[in-house]
Write a protein that binds this ligand. Structure first.
Ligand SMILES: C[S@@+](CC[C@H](N)C(=O)[O-])C[C@H]1O[C@@H](n2cnc3c(N)ncnc32)[C@H](O)[C@@H]1O
Length: 290
């Protein structure tokens, strides 16, 4: 059902969030030796949307489809490492921004069972997800808190304050597949707010470099997916090079950054495979450190 966002603009639940959940399942169930196993979040995707996504993915070459699927999972693979590192530093708050159908809160490692987890998303998508969770009868962990927020119109910290986030304590934050859909102003504001979190906080961010360049896989990915997202109202508007994103994070006030190029990610998570799965630069990852 169509819903009103706080900006007054009617907005459907995010199609791209369902698409990404579908891709995580495709990796978990369709690729040998998955680097990250999430077959849970796709269960939230209604059947007609599954068919829609399957049709979209069927229009890509095998290489481009695999590159998209790997893009959707490698961020979670890195996050698993950063969760463990955050635990070593004594962090006990985890904020999932633009959560979509993310089910990390339902499958946290044992060490994080006592953490407080904050899922933040656009109100239309979050409300829809909560209805799906209720309809499926899934029991939600007591440490999970939902905070609706439209990053184009609201302040993240207000949304977090309202649900008991402890600003004086550090947090691990994920920001996956969101910047691509935000205006430059909203991205700057969001990064500034995140840079004001307590020292030792860390934000794991995925972002997409500008389309173009010689890689035919990238040309195919952007060429074939753009019309679909334009149709669903989630146009790709926020592309950044690695140096631009690095500068944005530093200008926002982060103390340091660590870039994860596609080459690094391939070497770290996909080396020595018997298949020829490899990442292409649809997305890159960066950690911004407070
Ligand atoms: C491609 S999905 C990514 C979902 C999830 N992070 C993942 O990796 O699967 C994009 C997400 O960004 C959220 N988003 C887009 N624009 C937003 C905004 N203005 N405010 C809050 N969330 C937004 C959508 O609701 C959606 O959940």
């Amino acid at each position: 059902m169509e819903q009103e966002g706080p900006t007054g603009v009617a907005r459907e639940p995010s199609f791209t969030a369902m698409w990404h959940a579908w891709m995580r399942n495709a990796h978990a169930t369709g690729h040998r030796s998955p680097i990250f196993g999430d077959a849970l979040s796709a269960q939230l995707v209604p059947e007609p949307v599954r068919q829609d996504v399957a049709a979209l993915m069927g229009g890509f070459s095998g290489k481009a489809a695999d590159a998209l699927i790997l893009m959707a999972v490698v961020r979670y693979r890195l996050l698993a490492d950063r969760l463990a590192a955050a635990n070593d530093r004594g962090i006990e708050q985890f904020v999932i921004l633009g959560a979509g159908l993310d089910t990390t809160a339902l499958s946290l490692p044992a060490f994080a069972q006592g953490w407080r987890v904050f899922e933040v998303d656009h109100p239309a998508t979050q409300e829809w997800k909560r209805q799906q969770l209720a309809a499926l009868g899934w029991r939600l962990p007591a440490n999970l808190v939902f905070a609706p927020c439209d990053f184009e119109a609201q302040k993240l910290l207000d949304a977090l304050d309202a649900v008991g986030f402890e600003r004086d304590r550090p947090a691990l934050v994920s920001l996956f597949g969101v910047i691509l859909y935000l205006t430059a102003d909203a991205t700057k504001t969001l990064l500034r707010e995140l840079a004001s979190l307590a020292p030792d906080s860390e934000v794991v961010i995925s972002y997409s470099p500008p389309p173009g360049g010689p890689d035919p896989v990238l040309q195919e990915v952007w060429g074939k997916s753009s019309p679909k997202v334009d149709e669903t109202g989630e146009s790709f508007i926020g592309h950044y090079t690695a140096s631009q994103l690095d500068q944005l994070a530093r200008d926002a006030g982060f103390r340091d950054t660590v870039q994860y190029s596609v080459e690094t990610l391939n070497a770290t998570y996909l080396a020595g495979r018997l298949d020829d799965l490899e990442l292409h630069a649809i997305e890159q990852l960066i950690i911004a450190i407070r």
